[in-house]
Design a protein around this ligand. Structure first.
Ligand SMILES: Cc1cc2nc3c(=O)[nH]c(=O)nc-3n(C[C@H](O)[C@H](O)[C@H](O)COP(=O)(O)OP(=O)(O)OC[C@H]3O[C@@H](n4cnc5c(N)ncnc54)[C@H](O)[C@@H]3O)c2cc1C
Length: 259
């Protein structure tokens, strides 16, 4: 294990956690599959209830949100907001020069800000007396889990394994990247097409557009942010987007930020 890597779950000191190791199967009250927000959220109440808990995580403790989702994305979004504020400075009679964003350095900052999260969460789980096991969990029976060479039995098994991107069955899909790669891409692209006009797409689109890329958002449904109320979306939709009809759905283009 490389202790310097933010993407490794740190090994935890052995904790007793009330479990019974005397049998071949280790017994816990609760085994949680997945150490993301959902899995970690379960640990508090069940530990407060006095239950013994093991949590199995195959990748980064913290899961998507802090490692390759909400948190790194917010670092980029903050830079987008800063550019927006600079653009608006003249309203306050402040003169500023044209800002220049060093995209590669911004990605470095994003990585730096999240790098300690898995280790911090590992310490937090150790304090909570939750045993974190690194590995890929699989069911070995209705109440049994296999991970590595270990077999765990539990009265309660919590499946909190999250989700992963679904490959699109369209021509050219092999050229597409996901948010995972975007958050590591050190070169600012000249133009970006987002498939889907949801929150994540609009946030990333805002940042890329502010940074100077041409941004296109493709949305098949009648409005951007389709999960949100129509009236909440009406303003950005009307003000920011220029609408075209396309064969495969509605195409919305913007040459500036969608906020
Ligand atoms: C780019 C991006 C930005 C986002 N921004 C926001 C935001 O701003 N606000 C917001 O509310 N939400 C945001 N989200 C959504 C948020 O990240 C997810 O809703 C949240 O992370 C889901 O948590 P989870 O615990 O259910 O799943 P995850 O965080 O995905 O955790 C599941 C964990 O289970 C592990 N796992 C899977 N299978 C196994 C197995 N067999 N054995 C062991 N471990 C396993 C995985 O490695 C993973 O760590 C964003 C998502 C993305 C991708």
């Amino acid at each position: 294990m490389n202790a310097a890597s933010p993407y490794e779950v740190q090994e935890l000191p052995e904790v007793t956690n009330g479990r019974d190791n005397s049998m071949r199967s280790e017994k816990f009250d609760v085994v949680i599959l997945g150490g993301g927000n959902a899995g970690i959220g379960v640990t508090g109440p069940v530990r407060r209830a006095g239950m013994s808990v093991a949590m199995i995580e195959s990748h980064d403790l913290g899961g998507t949100c802090p490692n390759r989702g909400c948190t790194p994305k917010k670092v980029l979004v903050a830079a987008g907001h800063a550019l927006h504020e600079i653009e608006r400075a003249a309203i306050h009679h402040i003169s500023v020069g044209k800002p220049k964003l060093d995209w590669s350095a911004l990605i470095d900052r994003e990585k730096d800000l999240i790098k300690d999260i898995p280790a911090n969460l590992a310490r937090s789980m150790a304090r909570r007396d939750v045993e974190v096991i690194k590995g890929h969990a699989a069911f070995a029976g209705p109440n049994a889990i296999r991970v590595g060479g270990r077999r765990l039995e539990a009265r309660h098994i919590v499946i909190a394994t999250g989700s992963k991107p679904r490959p699109l069955s369209i021509p050219g899909a092999e050229h597409m990247i996901t948010s995972d790669e975007m958050l590591s891409e050190r070169e600012l692209p000249g133009s970006v097409i987002f498939v889907g006009g949801g929150v994540i797409s609009l946030e990333f689109g805002h940042v890329y557009a502010r940074a100077g890329a041409d941004v296109t958002i493709l949305e098949a449904l009648p409005q951007l942010l389709p999960a949100m109320d129509v009236d909440a979306v009406a303003h950005p939709d009307r003000e920011r987007a220029h609408r075209h009809s396309g064969q495969d759905g509605r195409r919305r283009e913007t040459d500036r930020a969608c906020e």
